[in-house]
Design a protein around this ligand. Structure first.
Ligand SMILES: [Cu+2]
Length: 310
């Protein structure tokens, strides 16, 4: 899977930040070399030698003082002049409505697409080459949305929506991470951004909008029954399953279509699904899903059912 290297920008937004970082870095490196060079030179050239008289003492020198005020001032003005257009490129003003709403939860991400009605978790699909307007919200504490290759970071604040743009030059998978400590499992709050060709993105949306696959075997029928009777529906929604519409936890309508479970802690395979259901607290201690004492048979049925929800 793709990495999350901030020094490998893959969108105009991330490139604006990267370019500014490089230019500022060069300017700062030059200042460092000139200043330390001057200090080192002075240490050796003007050091006290045996037998020399004390140097002349000076009290103030207007010319020097003006110079060392004006030069740093001009450097700051230059950095400001470079930063303004970079800010405009990295963070243009938001339009009135968002394409995606990303809500932080302890310890996972909810993604809603208001125009189509798609709801998913931890895996955000976007059409490549097109800037998407993203509204950031939080259900509990401060989180921070950061996909370094694609965009700046921005805090998810409860009750105070923030805005960023999300864009990828090319189709690909881009990894992000919650970057503000939000509790025990903060480190396992991964974001996967999947950029696809626009037609593929459209297809993904259509698939996500369909109600869940109905069970087709006796094991998966029992799995669905367990899902409905084991309090899972107090937290999880499965579109098409009566009564299962809670938004407290990740939507499971198409859980098997996603690459990861538990916001990145497990690859999404049927055996990992079973392991998660056996003990989420063992896999992700502190996650807000309780352990159940399901029998081996029940675990098989439940994980088999959920693994059909593509
Ligand atoms: Cu977080």
């Amino acid at each position: 899977m793709s990495s999350s290297n901030a020094l490998d920008p893959q969108s105009p937004l991330a490139r604006a930040i990267y370019d500014l970082g490089i230019v500022s870095g060069i300017i700062l490196a030059l200042i460092f070399v000139i200043v330390t060079g001057g200090v080192v030179y002075a240490i050796f050239h003007f050091r006290a030698r045996a037998g020399e008289p004390d140097p002349n003492q000076i009290a103030g020198n207007r010319k020097v003082e003006v110079t060392w005020t004006v030069i740093p001032f001009l450097i700051v003005v230059l950095l400001f002049a470079l930063t303004l257009p970079a800010m405009n490129r990295a963070d243009p003003p938001p339009p009135p409505s968002a394409d995606v709403v990303v809500t932080g939860h302890q310890f996972w991400w909810q993604a809603d697409y208001p125009a189509s009605g798609v709801t998913t978790a931890n895996e955000i699909h976007i059409p490549a080459g097109k800037p998407l307007s993203v509204r950031l919200e939080s259900k509990d504490v401060l989180h921070e949305f950061w996909v370094p290759k694609l965009t700046r970071k921005m805090t998810n604040v409860p009750g105070q929506p923030n805005h960023i743009w999300l864009q990828a030059d090319k189709p690909g998978t881009y990894i992000g991470q919650c970057s503000e400590f939000c509790g025990t499992q903060h480190a396992w709050m991964r974001i996967v951004v999947v950029a696809e060709e626009p037609t593929q993105f459209e297809q993904w949306q259509q698939t996500q909008l369909r109600p869940a696959q109905a069970p087709t075997s006796s094991a998966t029928t029992k799995g669905l029954e367990l899902f409905r009777t084991s309090t899972c529906i107090n937290c999880h929604a499965i579109n098409g399953v009566p009564g299962a519409n809670s938004r407290v936890a990740p939507d499971l309508t198409h859980v098997a279509s996603r690459r990861q479970l538990g916001a990145g802690i497990l690859e999404n395979t049927p055996s990992n699904m079973r392991a998660w259901l056996k003990s989420p607290q063992h896999i992700k201690p502190g996650a807000l899903m309780p352990d159940y004492s399901l029998t081996d048979e029940q675990l098989d049925q439940l994980s088999e059912y959920l693994s059909t929800l593509r």
